[in-house]
Design a protein around this ligand. Structure first.
Ligand code: ADP
Ligand code: MG
Length: 229
């Protein structure tokens, strides 16, 4: 299998910090793999995901994503990859208020895939419907949706452009158990598609984690934990 993500000795120290947020992280994730990244708060999970997702830059080491050297990439190309082949979902959805759910999901399709507004809205509605939002909810301003619905809108926005890699950083942390499980199931279902790679960070060991690797971070260092067949 080709590698989706490869890091060697990846290190990031934030300005003024006394120690590295992540140090010497070496990781190989094959295309199609599903990886759970666990570890206590402050152990470096978000820092690592932000580097892989092109939201931040490492100080040293090697970082290849889908075979491309991210350390050498200019800001413009990084930004294009962020919305397109690498998608991210966070604990806190950063959805623009004032837009409807379908407009939020349609917006990246306009510039990533050059769709017309009508085509982008049609695709957005398809994604939202698959995730269980009703036509009335598609048109509702996102600030008037529940927390769980907003996370589903954020997830729809992330997957609508057709990324091959999804980085989910504590996506269920703000949700109650039932709503969290629903979103996790939808994320797992997405990741079962051909050639899709998922890294999901959580400070809990998820009981429902299945068919994937579990990696553990501690004090900025990575350790392979359990391999689940
Ligand atoms: P986790 O996601 O596992 O909770 P983080 O990657 O957020 O861990 O944080 C790792 C370390 O880096 C922590 O010590 C945190 O305080 C520090 N850190 C994270 N982001 C920043 C930042 N933007 N500036 C300075 N320090 C940061
Ligand atoms: Mg974090």
């Amino acid at each position: 299998m080709p590698l989706a993500i490869e890091t060697r000795n990846l290190t990031r120290t934030f300005p003024g910090a006394s120690r590295a947020a992540i140090s010497d992280v070496t990781l190989r994730v094959e295309e199609g793999e599903r990886v759970l990244l666990t570890g206590p708060s402050g152990s470096g999970k978000s820092t690592l995901l932000n580097l892989i997702g092109g939201l931040d830059r490492a100080d040293s080491g090697v970082l290849h994503v889908n075979g491309v050297d991210m350390m050498k990439m200019g800001e413009g190309l990084l930004a294009r990859r962020r919305g397109g082949e690498i998608a991210t979902v966070f604990q806190h959805h950063f959805l623009p208020t004032g837009l409807s759910a379908e407009e939020v999901v349609a917006a990246p399709l306009l510039w990533i895939h050059d769709l017309s507004p009508a085509e982008a809205l049609r695709e957005a509605r398809e994604h939202l419907s698959l995730l269980g939002l009703s036509p009335e909810e598609h048109r509702r301003p996102v600030q008037n949706l529940s927390g769980g619905q907003r996370q589903r809108v954020a997830f729809a926005r992330a997957i609508a452009p057709g990324p091959t890699i999804l980085l989910a950083d504590e996506p269920t942390a703000q949700l109650d158990d039932a709503t969290a499980q629903l979103l996790l199931d939808q994320i797992f279902d997405w990741s079962a598609g051909e050639g899709r790679t998922l890294i999901l960070a959580s400070h809990h060991h998820l009981d429902s984690w299945r068919d994937g690797r579990i990696l553990h971070m501690h004090d900025g260092r990575l350790r392979e934990d359990v391999a689940v067949a």
